[in-house]
Design a protein around this ligand. Sequence first.
Ligand SMILES: Nc1ncnc2c1ncn2[C@@H]1O[C@H](COP(=O)(O)OP(=O)(O)O)[C@@H](O)[C@H]1O
Ligand SMILES: [Mg+2]
Length: 274
Amino acid sequence: MSHRIAVGSQASNGKGRGMAVIIALCNQKGGVGKTTSTVNLGAALAEQGQRILMVDLDPQAALTAYWGLHEPLPEPTLYRLLSDSRTPVQSALRSVRTTIDVIPSDIDLAAAEIELFSALGRERILKEVLDPLADVYDFVLIDCPPNLGLLTINALVAAHGVIVPLQCEYFALRGLSMLLDTLAKVKRRLNPQLEITGILPTLYNGRTRHAKEVLEEVRGMFGERVFDTVIRTSIRFAESTVAHQPILEFAPKHVGAQSYRSLAKEILDDTNTQ
Ligand SMILES: Nc1ncnc2c1ncn2[C@@H]1O[C@H](COP(=O)(O)OP(=O)(O)O)[C@@H](O)[C@H]1O
Ligand SMILES: [Mg+2]
């Protein structure tokens, strides 16, 4: 990985901590590991002493459910923040670990996609919501919905970087060009600082030849843009979801936990050399 994340100076507040690095986990395909990677990358960065916010931008609210926040449903949710600018963002922060907060969502968020459509500056609403938190966190991870609609565009406008989880299977590259095209358009028209932090190979089954071939093809096409870290397929991920724990807590020595630690290291190395 080379140094690609466009971020503010890490020392800009004089305490060695600067502006939060905002990263959107984005792929319009469902089931590729966006939510799993948001949770576990966040947990791995928190292990390294980073203050983390995770934002649930998917109306299906898998991130919210992962942390067990869905019952009883906390208010206000992200929907309220997006639809009513008078609601302070601080009132929506839920602490799930000492240095990890979550802004939860529920199905109401589906309405935002429609309601925001006619709003002035409709692509920048999430950015405005998150702005007051810039010096509260080191990393803000946005778990995007499986489409390239207005909510995802809001994530891309708010973000400095994008991580694209990519399932290692045939046809994985289908749809990727549309995603890269959208990223290029957002960068050109709405958010010049947007960079691809990296493509993250997920659900990799090293025992099959085709997974290896897909990974080779992805590395061949995107070279440096692909993280060194590869996330292998493991039942431990489903088990840790049921337990409402990151795999780093559920099975701390498991290769899945180690992989997300090495991903966090790649990202921290990248950010520190800006
Ligand atoms: N590395 C992995 N190995 C096995 N199962 C995984 C892995 N990563 C994610 N999963 C499972 O695959 C499903 C989809 O993952 P998820 O993170 O929810 O994807 P997305 O957010 O892109 O829809 C979930 O059931 C999750 O537990
Ligand atoms: Mg998801």
